[in-house]
Structures are given as structure tokens and as C-alpha cells.
Design a protein around this ligand. Structure first.
Ligand code: HAM
Length: 419
């Protein structure tokens, strides 16, 4: 038997209502904040991700699905959305035509990670980006939006973590201090961290190896190295979060697993047990240099992404109305079947959902099926009904049955639903 590839999952029909609920709620809320949808391709030129996410990150160095196209060019399935959205903004000059450039994208991402609960190789994100806005109030709006989004999608309990990673002005000084401090600890760090100490010391702060944690805690902290502009920005973000009663916790190690971030970074961690170790539901931050680095204008950016699998796992389950059918038609015999086909078409034209058992099984089997799919009405057409030109219509909520003249059948159902 051919099975789904490791790390991928089918979202089955019983689950899709939960996903649609999340997507619908997100779309409605995002519209209120002025965001519009963009859909970029699932694969891009490999260099787009290498240049934006950074060659020394886990994502680029270990996790990308990269392949050579037949013409020799290197392509990669998108491991995240920001790079592709940034490319599209540059390619189509979107900032010139849209005075408030706020974009969102919903779709699958691909990373070759070790699968576990809440971690897949194909997963889905709601990705939200705002361009051309530099002020701290934008950071606060994005953070407040991220909490509101999780809330409206059913995740009520989460902790917000906040940090500033500085900018091109102050971060080099911090990175130099970090590298210096790491040299003295080199022998005691894991192999990955020893390598990163030279190539990209910030990534050491992401390390999850237990033995390294005490060492990492003693390392210099970015917040002590921020330049006055970055410090002012961060203080203002914090002041406005307090103003809006948004609780947060500072985490000086929150450098995030991607290199494009500047200044504010944030993450929301679910309190729900349902997620186990993979409890980070949302992550984001500012990336003011990215568009310019990719060859575009000097345009600020800030955004975040929600992991949809994790959000669905962490959301309180709302009972979903599984009713799929307004009227289940049960014709008995060939002439009745023809009449039912016409009635099914007319019911659907009038806006109702109607179904027929095409295999035309016996009455009992059909009634069982109607019950199982949650039909509201069952309409029966046997020899008796045919002879008298009526349908026997049973209301499945109270099992009451009445006869309805054939010519009034669709109207009768309509009145039941609208009246
Ligand atoms: P990220 O932190 O790599 O950020 O991913 C965001 C979210 O995607 C995570 O918090 C998590 O919920 C989900 N996620 C990541 N990897 C997996 C996986 N293997 N399986 C299931 N869920 C996963 C970004 O992707 C940035 N592009 C976010 C951003 C947008 N920053 C600025 N704008």
C-alpha cells in the first residue's frame, strides 16, 4: 500500500470544518485590520531563501527540499512565506501602488525536520506581513493582532515572549562580544554550537542541547548592546503594550531561527498540554533590511506566522454541526427514482442541500444512511405516494411525518427552512 510521505498528513473530511473555521475567523479579523490576501508560488529559486533566511540557519543548511530543475536551475519548496512575499512586493512594486501595504497568506510550507507531534515536513501557516512602516506602534499593532487572531481562532491561553535583536548598527558589536565569550567556552559546547560560534554566533542562542544551557545563560545579552535608537524603539514598544494591557515576558534568547530579523522579535507559546514540546504556535518580528538586501527599495517590514496544525491542536474544541444534508430523498422503485432526480435538482436550485442514495438500496438501509449523515428531512416516494402524487416527508428532529403534494414539495421545504 502506498502511504502518505513521512512528515505529511491528510486533513480528513471530519477535520476540515475545524480548519475552515480557523481560516474563516482569521480572514474576517485580518480584513478588519486592513490586510489583503496574496498567494505566492510553493517553490522559488533556492537563492531567495539562502539570501533572506541565512545560509547558517537550520532551515537553510539542513531542512530545505531543494532540487535541480531540468534546465539546471536550483529550486526549493518554500520553508516559510516571508521571503516569497518580499520577492513579490519587489517584483510587482507593490509598495508604490498601495499606500498601506498589509498582506497575508495562508498555505503549506515544507521543512525536512524530524516529525513529532506538532512538527511536520509539510505544515500550514497563516502568514501576516506589513511593509513600509517603521514606528513602534506598528510592532504593537502586529503583536496585538497576533493575540487577537489566536483568540478568535479558539486558542485562549498563550504566553507572549518579547525581545529586541538590534539592527545593522548595534548587532555587529554584540555578535563580536558573543563570539569572544564563546571562544572561552568552546571545548564544552556541542559540535553544532562550536561551528556556529564562528559562522553565526547568534544561532548558539537557539541551541536546545541540555548540556549547553548553563553556558548559554552566562553569555552576554543582546539587550545590553542595543544602540540608542533600537533601545528607544524597544522601550516604546513595551510602553505601548502596557498601555493596551498586553502582558508579555522578556526573553533575551529569542533571536528566532531566521537571520532577517531586526529589532522586535516575538513568539507566542501555548499553555495547552495538547502540544507537548512543540508549543510555539506563532513567531515573528521586524525585518527592516530584508527588502533592500533582496535588491528592492529601503522598505521596512514586520510580520509573523501562525502554525495552523499547532493552533488546531491547541484550540478548544467547539462541537461542529456535522449536518450535511437538508433533505435525503428515498425513492423506492424506478419511476420514483426519476421523480427524485428531478426533485433533487429543484431543491438544489432553490439553495438546499439534497442527496439521493444512487445505489437505491432498501428502505431500511436508506434510512440508516440518512440518519448517519444528519439529514434534517427524509422524503419518501413509494408506490403508495406515487399513486396519490405526494411525498411523505419526515422531520428527523421529532420523527413527525406528513404528506406533501408533489407540486408543493420544494415550496414546503423552503417554508420549513425560511419560516
Ligand atoms: P517560524 O518561527 O519558523 O517563523 O514559524 C512560525 C510558526 O510555524 C511556528 O511558530 C510554528 O507554529 C509553525 N511551524 C514551524 N515549523 C513547523 C513544523 N515543522 N511543523 C509544524 N509547524 C511548524 C516563520 O516561518 C517566519 N516566516 C514568521 C514571520 C513572518 N516572521 C516575519 N514574518
Amino acid at each position: 500500500m502506498i502511504r502518505a510521505v513521512k512528515g505529511t498528513r491528510d486533513i480528513l473530511p471530519a477535520e476540515t470544518p475545524g480548519w475552515q473555521r480557523v481560516e474563516d475567523a482569521a480572514r474576517r479579523l485580518l480584513a478588519r485590520y486592513g490586510f489583503r490576501e496574496i498567494r505566492t508560488p510553493a517553490f522559488e529559486e533556492t537563492q531567495l531563501f539562502a539570501r533572506s533566511i541565512g545560509g547558517e540557519t537550520d532551515i537553510v543548511s539542513k531542512e530545505m527540499y531543494t532540487f535541480d530543475d531540468r534546465d539546471g536551475s536550483s529550486l526549493t519548496l518554500r520553508p516559510e512565506a516571508t521571503a516569497g512575499v518580499a520577492r513579490a512586493v519587489i517584483e510587482h512594486n507593490l509598495a508604490e501602488t498601495d499606500p498601506i501595504l498589509k498582506l497575508f497568506m495562508i498555505g503549506p510550507m515544507f521543512r525536512r525536520e524530524q516529525p513529532q507531534k506538532g512538527r511536520q515536513r509539510q505544515f500550514h501557516q497563516i502568514n501576516v506581513e506589513a511593509f513600509g512602516m517603521t514606528r513602534p506602534s506598528v510592532d504593537v499593532e502586529m503583536i496585538e493582532l497576533s493575540l487577537a487572531l489566536l483568540d478568535c481562532c479558539g486558542m485562549k491561553e498563550g504566553d507572549l515572549f518579547l525581545n529586541s535583536v538590534g539592527d545593522a548598527n548595534c548587532r555587529p558589536r554584540y555578535v563580536a562580544a558573543l563570539r569572544e565569550a564563546l571562544r572561552t567556552e568552546e571545548d564544552r559546547l556541542c559540535a553544532d554550537c562550536r561551528r556556529r560560534s564562528e559562522t553565526n554566533p547568534l544561532r548558539v542562542l537557539d541551541c536546545k542541547v541540555a548540556a549547553d544551557q548553563a553556558i548559554i545563560e552566562r553569555l552576554p545579552r543582546i539587550t545590553d548592546y542595543l544602540c540608542p535608537q533600537c533601545r528607544d524603539h524597544f522601550n516604546e514598544v513595551r510602553r505601548q503594550l502596557d498601555l493596551l494591557d498586553v502582558p508579555y515576558r522578556l526573553n533575551h534568547r529569542l533571536v528566532r531561527g531566521l537571520d532577517y530579523y531586526t529589532r522586535t522579535t516575538f513568539e507566542i507559546v501555548a499553555r495547552s498540554e495538547a502540544l507537548g514540546a512543540q508549543n510555539s504556535v506563532l513567531g515573528g518580528g521586524r525585518y527592516d533590511g530584508l527588502i533592500k538586501d533582496l535588491g528592492g527599495p529601503d522598505l521596512a517590514g514586520i510580520g509573523f506566522a501562525i502554525g495552523m496544525e499547532r493552533l488546531v491542536l491547541a484550540s478548544s474544541r467547539v462541537e461542529i454541526d456535522e449536518k450535511r444534508c437538508d433533505v435525503f430523498l428515498v425513492p423506492l422503485g424506478a419511476p420514483a427514482f426519476d421523480r427524485a432526480l428531478v426533485a433533487q435538482r429543484d431543491l438544489r436550485r432553490s439553495g438546499r442541500s439534497a442527496l439521493i442514495d444512487h445505489e437505491a438500496r432498501g428502505l431500511k438501509a436508506q434510512m440508516r444512511k440518512a440518519d448517519k449523515i444528519g439529514a434534517r428531512y427524509v422524503a419518501l416516494l413509494g408506490d403508495n405516494e406515487l399513486a396519490r402524487g405526494v411525498w411523505s416527508v419526515r422531520d428527523m428532529t421529532d420523527s413527525r411525518q406528513e404528506e406533501v403534494p408533489e407540486e408543493d414539495f420544494v415550496g414546503f421545504i423552503e417554508r420549513r427552512f425560511n419560516g
